[in-house]
Design a protein around this ligand. Structure first.
Ligand code: PMP
Length: 402
């Protein structure tokens, strides 16, 4: 458990909120996390003291804003253990990052793009669109009843035709941690590009892009205590230097003539238009918050809460928990004969915020013959008492609906 959980909680003003007359129990962190004062202060300070457009100005504020923005890029690069800050492309979030990479990778008819049964729609649909454009074919690594990817099927699906492996590190629905490093190494053997969706990994796991061995990694700031509208695509510099731009406009050019345009170096080649300057600065503040506590401490604390939640919920008659035992971040469940939406609504009335539905993983839900689950998901500020509140609320709701 982090050294002083109540001190950490005090850093999140929203946790003081009361819902339906009860203290808020916020267990919807996989959808978005709450923001600590360090992040709120960074956003406010930027607009109060620094705000100007970056990169093109000679005046004092333009230089200060550029410096703050590029310092933020350096902090993100260090957090990811990236070799060079130029490998960090600021985007609006994971979805934007994956769309970017899906639009710049060279694909030909017959190429195969390998994803998994666990993917979020944002790591499915951009690849389906890439297949429509290029004639490439989508292949899917299946999972077992526990929501674990089938290693034998993965091996069978890999071939010299595999052009891309695009894989979630941590399932937002079931909390499955995929063995990404080993899977990336296998994909490299057949010469595939590797893309990791780290939207759920970023708040819970240590990320070292150099030891991971992937070519690209995407995440959203808002899943890791930063604001919405900012995210990252990390890419291997030697690849970024050779790949074409996607969106055109200001910032991404070297020289524009009506006869033709030359493009800027990465990362600017991939950052057309005025970026979310404040968002990048606030993201850096969020990562500094995480590092102040320690990602391992955060993960250990959350893992204990998830085990406690799984044990408490397992005693409720008719419950079905999804995902493996060593899940991280999120715990999904259903009660036999009760619609997840009805259960979630009743739990909310007891002050407990969970998410219900397909969690943007409709193919995964279909694989399990369901339309959705109730999902509790955890962050650094959650407590054992909140897990008790969840279990009590589910138990009461089960009795009322059953
Ligand atoms: N991938 C995963 C695993 C996610 O959990 C999410 C957000 N739920 C996304 C991608 C998409 O992130 P965003 O909506 O921030 O772009």
């Amino acid at each position: 458990m982090p050294a002083d959980l109540s001190a950490i909680r005090r850093e999140f003003p929203i946790l003081e909120t009361r819902i339906h007359g009860r203290p808020l129990v916020y267990l919807d962190n996989a959808a978005t996390t709450q923001k600590p004062t360090a992040v709120l202060d960074a956003s406010r300070h930027y607009y109060e003291a620094v705000n100007a457009n970056i990169h093109r100005g000679t005046h004092h504020l333009a230089r200060a804003a550029t410096e703050a923005h590029e310092k933020a890029r350096g902090i993100v690069a260090r957090h990811l253990h990236a070799g060079d800050p130029a490998e960090v492309i600021f985007t609006s979030g994971t979805t934007d990052s994956i769309n970017l990479v899906a639009n710049i990778l060279p694909l030909s008819p017959g190429d195969e793009i390998l994803i998994s049964a666990l993917e979020h729609h944002s790591n499915i649909v951009p690849w389906q669109m890439a297949c429509e454009r290029s004639g490439a074919v989508l292949r899917v690594i299946p999972c077992d009843e526990q929501g674990i990817l089938d290693p034998v099927e993965f091996g069978n699906l890999l071939s010299p035709k595999t052009r891309v492996l695009a894989l979630t590190w941590l399932s937002n629905s079931f909390g499955t941690i995929n063995p990404v490093a080993a899977m990336i190494a296998a994909a490299k053997q057949v010469g595939a590009f590797t893309v990791i969706d780290a939207a759920q990994a970023i708040p819970h796991l240590e990320i070292d892009v150099q030891s991971l061995g992937a070519d690209f990694l995407a995440f959203s700031g808002h899943k890791v205590y930063a604001p919405t509208g900012i995210g990252v695509l990390w890419g291997r510099l030697e690849l970024l230097r050779t790949l074409p731009p996607w969106r055109g406009g200001g910032e991404m050019i070297k020289e524009v003539r009506f006869e033709g345009t030359t493009y800027n170096e990465p990362p600017f080649r991939y950052e057309a238009g005025t970026p979310n300057i404040e968002g990048a600065i606030a993201l850096a503040a969020a990562l500094e918050f995480v590092n102040r506590i320690g990602i391992t401490e955060i993960h250990t604390h959350e893992a204990a809460l998830i085990r406690q939640a799984a044990a408490a919920l397992s005693t409720i008659p008719g419950i079905r928990l999804y995902g493996p035992e060593d899940r991280a971040g999120a715990l999904s469940f259903n009660l036999t004969g009760i619609h997840h939406y009805d259960l979630g609504t009743l739990i909310d009335q007891m002050g407990v915020a969970v998410r219900t539905g397909h969690h943007c993983c409709q193919p995964l839900m279909a694989r399990f013959g369901i339309t959705g689950t109730v999902r509790a998901s955890f962050a650094v500020y959650n407590t054992a008492e909140e897990v008790d509140a969840l279990a009590t609320a589910v138990e009461k709701a089960a009795a009322m609906l059953g």
